[in-house]
Design a protein. Structure first.
Length: 200
């Protein structure tokens, strides 16, 4: 299970085009969330960690969001994104381990979660929660989708439940929304929670 902590594990998946998680489009609940944001949100600092092919980042960019940062430790999807979006600021494409991001250097208004939590080793979930909270400004928001389902495998995606997430996140976050998503991508309907929480 430790191999999922290594960039090479994921880079290989991209090189072999073995990317079953990739929807090839913006996740519909996240698109709906982005679409209802006001103009005033367009200069907010946004992070998309474990972004992969980063359809959400591309969509935010197309909609005129000017301060979006993508992080992934596999170079292949970042290179692909840079080719698809040559006008996206290169300094906002960060090829690094999310867990190495320094809160002294980076502070965000909100962070978008999309099949990143389920990709990390479950032993690192508390570390994930603490790092997310540290990278957010006070009251900054973690928005996204978490599987409400167990996959029962020793490889990603690693599942979970609403009860587990409530317990894990409540120390660092006020949970505003954690409910079954009603507009998920077809293959994920009934299996993912839409979450919106604020860093304490
Ligand atoms: C399951 S994929 C999801 C990609 C994308 N969010 C999507 O929904 O298509 C997980 C992604 O997280 C990246 N990743 C996993 N652990 C990471 C870490 N510690 N730091 C940065 N990226 C990581 C992988 O390289 C991979 O691109």
């Amino acid at each position: 299970m430790d191999n999922v902590n290594q960039a090479g594990f994921w880079q290989q998946r991209y090189e072999k085009d073995s990317i079953g998680w990739d929807m090839g489009q913006v996740s519909p609940p996240l698109k709906a969330y982005i679409d209802q944001l006001p103009e005033a949100a367009k200069d907010q600092a946004i992070l998309v960690p474990g972004a992969g092919n980063a359809y959400e980042v591309g969509y935010l960019h197309e909609k005129g969001f000017t301060n979006v940062t993508l992080v992934d430790f596999a170079p292949a999807p970042i290179e692909g994104f840079a080719e698809r979006y040559p006008d996206f600021p290169a300094e906002h494409l960060i090829c690094a381990d999310f867990f190495d991001l320094s809160p002294e250097e980076y502070q965000f208004d909100w962070i978008l979660e999309q099949t990143f939590f389920c990709a990390i080793n479950p032993a690192r979930r508390d570390e994930y929660v603490e790092k997310m909270a540290a990278l957010l400004k006070p009251q900054g928001k973690l928005i996204g989708l978490l599987f409400d389902k167990e996959f029962g495998r020793e490889e990603p995606p690693f599942g979970g439940s609403k009860e587990e997430y409530q317990q894990r996140f409540e120390g660092c976050f006020d949970i505003d929304i954690m409910e079954m998503s009603h507009n998920s991508y077809s293959a994920r309907q009934g299996s993912e929670l839409f979450v919106k929480m604020r860093a304490k």
